[in-house]
Design a protein around this ligand. Structure first.
Ligand SMILES: Nc1ncnc2c1ncn2[C@@H]1O[C@H](COP(=O)(O)OP(=O)(O)OP(=O)(O)O)[C@@H](O)[C@H]1O
Ligand SMILES: [Mg+2]
Length: 621
């Protein structure tokens, strides 16, 4: 089906498919980049939420209710709680954190309420820290941070979402333990063990942060991450190390006397402060890297779209050029070919001058049209020449035929005229004979006129006057006409006519001429025969299945095999006074009547002429 479509339709389909392909590809590209951008944006949201949570950690770990005046205390607690609740509501349900946030807020309210007893404070702190840590983990999970696909940001988010909250949780627990031990005035064996376990955990967490940082640095080519984070994390590690070293020394030294909590307070404060600073810096870097990724993705999307746009425009340009330089010329070529075929106007030309295949095709087509125009002109001039020659030939043939056919009536007129004169020249003129001669002259004159009319009709191809003709009657009629010849040449005429011979539909005058020519030829052929009888036989019979056969046989000189082939040609004669038209006229008359005329040598002498005509009657009779 495709192969039968117009070239312009094929081009249109091709372009449509190309546009659809480009559209689908572009859509895929935009969708892919959009997904990556949305992914990174969600991470940013998570990071912002963690900023608020960082403030909560700072407040839990560094501020104790009794340290500040009541009014200031509640104002700062309100501020933090509001910030937390705003951060949650700003999400609009984007993350599944509402429940955890409410639980944390409730614990914080309880922690910061003025009625809280001192001994419960540490328990509430640890509870709040645990809840804050759960919230941090949920934020990390739901905001895609834990699924981050890049090396640097992956390790950075791990520090921000998991490691630092864990670290702060552990340091908070350790400080609570220290405070509890100090308050009890002794360090129980169980507390010592817990302190040492916590020490180990904190060290392990700090190591984890370090190794995550190293991995993050490795994943970041320009080194900006290391530059931004190295110092603050080094400080955090230093203060942590000295805090833990001091704690270990104190546990070892004052195992029986308990711990002095105030001696640890400043170390603890700087560890927490530095960890919070480190967290903040890490978040700032994470934010920076995520924004950098988003703008990189946007840039790539923009360049890809620009490239697709440019390529698409170029392709459309190529399609337009193809239509202009291939499809349109082809259509013009087809249009001209169709017009030439319909109008036969070979003077049309295609106006296309490119040097491509179509241009060469146009040149070839124009050349072909020129040749056709020249051939047509030649043909027309040849045709008019042929028509002229044909007209002349027809006129010549008609003249020759008329001349041939009226020869006999003219001769008869002259003979009858002479006979009449002779009767008048007698001493006592026989007026009856004279009258008879004159009647025959008139009859011959009419016959001559009929012959001329019939021949003219034959050449003009007019619808000739056809009627039912009895060939036996015609034989009698012609016999009467050649009676004088028969007698003067001493020819014996023998007729064998079938009585029930069916009629033929024919021009009577023309058929009479056929009989006359054949019988005159036969009589003439026997003119020189002296040593045998001069016999003319005319026979009529039925020719199966539906024709009539006439045979004219003589005992004349016969026809040689070489002449036999030519006797029916016009102007072929072996007689000094012959025109050579008789048999040619006969054949054309018989063939015009749907019949056949031929000759064969006679046995033992002479020749035989045959003609067959279809029998029948004029329809309607
Ligand atoms: N019965 C016949 N026997 C022998 N030869 C014949 C006979 N009829 C025709 N021919 C040959 O055929 C030739 C052509 O005959 P056709 O009647 O066409 O012309 P023609 O008799 O020579 O001249 P004309 O035009 O005066 O009739 C004759 O010249 C003669 O040689
Ligand atoms: Mg003749």
């Amino acid at each position: 089906m495709f192969k039968n479509l117009r070239t312009s339709t094929k081009l249109f389909i091709l372009c449509s498919m190309f546009i659809i392909l480009v559209g689908v590809t572009t859509y895929g590209l935009v969708a892919e980049k959009q997904i990556a951008i949305t992914f990174a944006r969600k991470e940013l949201v998570g990071n912002q939420y963690l900023t608020v949570l960082r403030g909560v950690y700072a407040a839990i770990l560094t501020r104790r209710p009794r340290d500040e005046p009541a009014a200031q205390q509640s104002e700062s607690a309100d501020r933090i709680l509001k910030a937390l609740s705003r951060a949650e509501s700003d999400l609009g349900g984007l993350l599944q954190t509402a429940e955890l946030e409410r639980a944390l807020a409730a614990t914080l309210r309880e922690l910061w309420s003025s009625k809280v007893e001192d001994e419960n404070t540490d328990t509430l702190i640890l509870d709040a820290l645990a809840k804050a840590r759960n919230l941090a983990l949920r934020i990390g999970d739901d905001s895609n941070l834990t699924l981050d696909p890049d090396l640097d940001t992956y390790y950075l988010q791990n520090i921000v979402v998991v490691m630092l909250p864990t670290f702060l949780d552990q340091i908070g627990e350790m400080q609570a333990l220290v405070r509890a031990a100090a308050a009890a005035g002794m360090t129980a064996g169980e507390d010592r063990v817990r302190l040492l376990v916590l020490d180990g955990l904190l060290r392990s967490t700090a190591d984890g942060i370090r190794s995550n940082l190293e991995a993050g640095y490795r994943g970041q080519a320009d080194g900006s991450l290391k530059q931004a984070l190295h110092r603050v994390y080094a400080t955090m590690n230093e203060t942590t190390d000295s805090y833990l070293a001091r704690m270990r020394t104190s546990v070892a030294d004052g195992a029986s006397d308990g711990l002095d909590a105030s001696a640890f307070a400043s170390g603890y404060a700087s560890v927490v402060g530095n960890a919070i600073d480190a967290w903040s810096t890490a978040q700032t870097e994470l934010d920076r890297l995520l924004r950098q990724r988003i703008s990189g993705l946007r840039g790539k999307l923009f360049y890809s779209l620009m490239l697709i746009g440019v390529l698409g425009s170029l392709s459309i340009l190529v399609a337009v050029m193809t239509h202009r330089h291939i499809v349109r010329p082809l259509e013009r070529l087809e249009g001209i070919a169709r017009t030439v075929r319909e109008t036969k106007n070979y003077n049309l030309r295609i106006d296309h001058h490119n040097n491509d295949e179509i241009g060469r095709l146009a040149v070839a087509f124009n050349g072909m049209l020129s040749e056709l125009a020249a051939a047509r002109e030649r043909e027309m001039s040849e045709h008019s020449e042929a028509a002229r020659v044909s007209r002349l030939t027809t006129m010549g043939a008609m003249t020759a035929s008329i001349a041939h056919e009226i020869n006999q009536p003219l001769a008869a007129i002259v003979a009858n005229g002479n006979a009449g004169l002779r009767w008048l020249a007698n001493a006592s003129p026989d007026l009856d004979e004279v009258c008879a001669s004159l009647k025959r002259i008139v009859s011959d004159g009419h016959r001559a006129s009929q012959v001329i009319g019939s021949i003219r009709a034959m050449f003009k191809k007019d619808s000739q006057e056809r009627a039912d003709v009895s060939l036996n009657d015609l034989v009698h009629e012609v016999t009467a006409l050649v009676q004088a010849e028969i007698q003067s040449r001493r020819v014996t005429l023998k007729t064998e006519l079938l009585q029930e011979l069916p009629p033929v539909v024919a021009d009577r005058v023309q058929l009479r001429q056929v009989f006359l020519n054949l019988m005159v030829n036969a009589i003439e052929a026997m003119g020189s025969v002296t040593h045998r009888a001069r016999l003319l036989r005319v026979k009529s019979e039925i020719h199966e299945p539906d024709g009539v056969l006439i045979t004219v046989q003589d005992s004349g000189i016969g026809i040689g095999p070489t002449e036999m082939e030519r006797i029916f040609d016009a102007f072929f004669t072996t007689k000094s006074d012959g025109m050579g038209m008789g048999l040619a006229i006969c054949r054309s008359i018989i063939e015009a009547h749907g019949g056949r005329l031929w000759a064969s040598p006679g046995t033992p002498h002479g020749s035989v002429f045959y003609f067959v005509l279809p029998s029948g009657r004029v329809s309607g009779k």
